[in-house]
Design a protein around this ligand. Structure first.
Ligand code: 4AD
Ligand code: MG
Length: 431
């Protein structure tokens, strides 16, 4: 017996097929059993009749519960009344794995579903999200391959911070202490002197103490770093990456997007538009003029300000030149306006907030040492990093995309926790 997927069976459209999967729904009478079968490709309605499969087989079918695994053979035909447009008249079937009272049902609490995440990821919503996530990541790999980048892998256990000590996770490391990676960047930078254009995607850790719909303690950051690139070029490159990935998601996953009530055409239209770049100072002026929000220069944009700002645009926007003083030590000040850093954030529309953060990299070791000291760091710990500037330093830039932030946005999810199969937050770390 050759098994095919439900999707392949529907493409075939007629004749005998053999399928395998899980019971998504079931109902029936003494003579007739209806099963919605689910595999990773789709769902299909299957009809098992006592008069066709015989008493013994039908009695097994009669006891089938949700999420039991089965194999079945039958005749597929078009049926406009069936959800999905096809129906399978079963000629024989076999139970593979029983399922006794699958705990996940409609209308359960968010907490219950989170406690049972290992089972809840079988839902059609989570399947749609996980497929979109997979397609997005695969598209990004292709993008960087096409752009001539090398994939470069770096340690997760790191001896220093890079994005501020307050969100560090420390780990016992034999007799010493190490930290979980807050970013790939510092190691990524060392590679541009050998490979020029590098990228990566990896698990990233931040001990975020706030409970928000956009912060995870463990998330996946998709980073790149390129020699010779300056701010104006790297911001355009970030737009190109995101646009490419969104178009691919629309091309491959429009059914899943629709299932999540997202409009694929609207995403495509957005990906084909110009995405504006503005300076932080202009953002402050817009907030003041259009929303009466008075943010003094030198303050980071808070969530409500970001939300308000993005309301004025129907695409993501890039905001550059945030105040140097509140930026990480490696973000250099502009030569003519040292109080403004050569950095950027990309903000998604409709209040989804920051999805990308990046910058030109400082080449000024003395300035970085001073800023690290001001943060209570020992600059000596960063000698490996400063060395890269001591031997053939070149201008370079890079950025990191928050994968779950992007997935949350393009899937229109209430919480970032649904953008990852097993979320980790301050309060949620099981299963
Ligand atoms: O802006 P961030 O902190 O930038 C960096 O870490 C740089 N070293 C990246 C680089 O230049 N190579 O983080 C980058 C992105 C943010 O824009 C956001 O999308 C995401 O990572 N991010 C988070 N996503 C989920 N949960 C969190 N706690 C996140 N913190 C940052
Ligand atoms: Mg940031």
């Amino acid at each position: 017996m050759t098994f095919i997927s439900i999707q392949e069976a529907m493409q075939q459209g007629s004749g005998e097929v053999s399928l395998r999967g899980w019971v998504h729904r079931e109902r029936g009478s003494k003579k007739l059993k209806f099963i919605v079968l689910r595999d990773s490709s789709a769902t299909i309605q299957c009809v098992i009749e006592r008069s066709v499969v015989g008493d013994e087989s039908f009695d097994v079918a009669d006891k089938l519960q949700r999420e039991a695994s089965i194999t079945l053979t039958g005749i597929i035909k078009k049926d406009d009344r069936a959800p999905g447009g096809f129906e399978l008249s079963v000629t024989s079937f076999e139970l593979v794995g029983e399922s006794d009272q699958f705990p996940i049902e409609q209308g359960q609490s968010v907490e219950f579903l989170a406690d049972n995440r290992h089972l809840a990821i079988r839902s059609r919503k989570m399947i749609a999200i996980m497929k979109i996530r997979s397609t997005y990541i695969q598209a990004r790999e292709r993008f960087f391959e096409q752009e001539g980048f090398y994939r470069f892998d770096t340690p997760i256990l790191q001896p220093t911070q890079s994005e501020g000590g307050s969100t560090l996770f420390s780990v016992n490391y034999y007799e010493d202490q190490m930290y979980l990676a807050q970013t790939w960047q510092l190691y990524g930078e060392s590679a541009i002197f050998a490979l020029e254009k590098v990228y990566n995607m990896g698990p990233t850790f931040r001990a975020e103490k706030s409970k928000t719909s956009r912060h995870l303690s463990e998330f996946w950051m998709a980073e790149m770093e390129a020699a010779w690139m300056k701010l104006a070029e790297v911001t355009e490159f970030a737009k190109k990456e995101l646009k490419y990935c969104i178009k691919e998601v629309v091309r491959v996953r429009s059914e899943e997007l629709k299932f999540l009530e997202q409009d694929p055409q609207a995403l495509l239209t957005m990906a084909e538009k110009e995405w504006p770049t503005i300076k932080y100072k202009e953002a402050l002026a817009t907030l003041k003029e259009k929303a009466g929000m008075d943010v003094p220069f030198g303050k980071d944009l808070r969530t409500i300000e970001e939300e308000k700002l993005t309301e004025f645009y129907d695409t993501p926007i890039v905001v550059t030149h945030y105040p140097t003083e509140i930026m990480a030590f490696y973000k250099p000040g502009d030569k003519d306006h040292p109080e403004e850093a050569l950095c950027f954030d990309m903000l998604a529309p409709a209040g989804y907030g920051e999805i990308v953060g990046g910058s030109e990299r400082s080449l000024d070791v003395a300035d970085m040492e001073r800023r690290l000291k001001a943060d209570g760091e020992d600059p000596a710990d960063y000698n490996f990093y400063f060395d890269t500037r001591r031997y053939g330093s070149v201008p370079h830039s890079g950025y990191g995309v928050g994968v779950e932030r992007v997935i949350r946005w393009i899937c229109g999810l209430e919480s970032i926790k649904d953008a990852i199969p097993f979320p980790r937050t301050m309060l949620r770390y099981k299963p």
